[in-house]
Ligand binder design. Structure first.
Ligand code: COI
Length: 375
């Protein structure tokens, strides 16, 4: 059976195009609420392999009611972003990392493996077709959502003999959590949650499966009721009291470790933590900062609490492709006590404006070369 073959790509353009969001007036786009005009679809069948990829007008999918994905959540996805650079070329942020992660998610669900380079070339072609959706206004991007689902109609829990890989695009603004925020870096509060666990050792918390996200909606609603934007998953003390993730984000804490030293710490990739691409970028950049010790290690919430009590909790932030870097200004404990986290708004926003980090990343090994709109 054949793998994905970029040269077999078929493009069928929509007769009518939707109106694009008005980029120039700084329109705030609610995350995930808009889609572009086209999608990529690639069907897989056990006996034939991957069928020719197709770019078609975005359309509802037709699935058998017994399709495995509808019963056993046999689904995984990626979230990656495309930007336009100053020369008008489209740039993908660390797409190789996203393709590798998708391959690991697919493997965990016994879905078919795929040629990562061929899929990337198909995604690039989709972005070319949708180039008018990619704004060059600072802070705007197109969020790319590659998804793989098991489509075989069967109520047995088994490896699927049919699958569909599709990619949709969603124009994204600069603010993830607050549609009203005009500041690029408005801090949020997290609700410490020891009652709901996102992932256990030996589970699949390190893969990007839809089934990791659905059970986080109730904790999210509970957090929202208490005025917090996301839960901070912390294992119950009987399981060690370890810090996990902050809703859909990886979490970082900046701790004062000595008179002139700081430690930037995030939970280690122990199988319960999603290997975030933004997480990895922050770690790579942070190692270049003098006087900053960068640690990936297991982290008990009691340690954060103690650091806060001693005035050593300097900063906290979440990272993710969708949210980028999300400062945190408070951790609401289940007792109702709020642990205040310092946030220097001016320093943070000045740092973003200067953005040496992103340039450095771009220059080095992590970005796929921009590709030309007309190419
Ligand atoms: C991302 O940051 O890309 C995510 O996966 C978050 C998403 C589930 C909203």
């Amino acid at each position: 059976p054949s793998d994905i073959v970029f040269q077999h790509l078929i493009v069928h353009k929509a007769a009518q195009l939707k109106e694009k969001p008005n980029k120039a007036d700084g329109t705030v786009l609610k995350f995930g609420a808009h889609t572009t005009d086209h999608m990529l679809q690639i069907v897989w069948k056990e006996e034939l392999g991957w069928m020719p990829p197709k770019i078609v007008p975005l359309e509802p999918l037709s699935l058998h009611p017994c399709a495995q994905v509808l019963h056993y959540a046999t689904e995984c996805f990626e979230g990656m972003k495309a930007y336009k650079d100053k020369e008008g070329r489209i740039r993908l942020f660390r797409p190789d990392m996203h393709m590798n992660r998708l391959a690991r998610s697919v493997a965990r669900l016994a879905l078919p493996s795929f040629d990562k380079e061929a899929l990337l070339r198909c995604i690039e072609e989709l972005l070319r077709v949708e180039r008018d959706w990619i704004s060059d206004v600072e802070g705007f991007s197109v969020y790319i959502r590659p998804t793989v689902i098991a489509t075989q109609p069967s109520l047995g829990v088994q490896q699927s003999r049919e699958a569909l890989l599709f990619v949709v695009l969603s124009p994204a603004g600069s603010s993830f959590f607050s549609a009203l925020s005009t500041s690029r870096l408005a801090p949020i509060k997290l609700r410490v949650d020891t009652q709901n666990t996102r992932a256990f050792p030996g589970g699949a918390g390190d893969r990007k499966l839809g089934s990791n996200y659905a059970p986080t909606i109730v904790p999210l609603l509970e957090a929202a009721k208490l005025g917090c934007s996301q839960p901070l998953f912390v294992m119950d003390d009987k399981y060690g009291g370890f810090v996990g993730e902050a809703g859909t984000m990886n979490i970082f804490f900046l701790l004062r470790s000595g008179q002139d030293t700081l430690e930037l710490v995030t939970p280690a990739l122990d199988g319960t933590i999603l290997p975030g691409v933004t997480r990895d970028s922050v770690l790579k950049l942070a190692t270049k900062i003098q006087g900053l010790e960068v640690s990936e290690r297991s982290l008990r919430f009691s340690e954060i609490e103690a650091a806060a009590g001693q005035g050593r909790l300097v900063e906290a932030f979440g990272t993710g492709t969708a949210c980028l870097i999300q400062p945190v200004s408070g951790l609401l404990k289940e007792s109702g006590v709020m642990i205040e986290v310092p946030f220097d708004s001016k320093a943070a926003n000045d740092a973003v404006a200067a953005a040496p980090g992103s340039l450095e990343l771009e220059k080095e090994h992590v970005n796929r070369p921009g590709f030309n709109l007309c190419g």
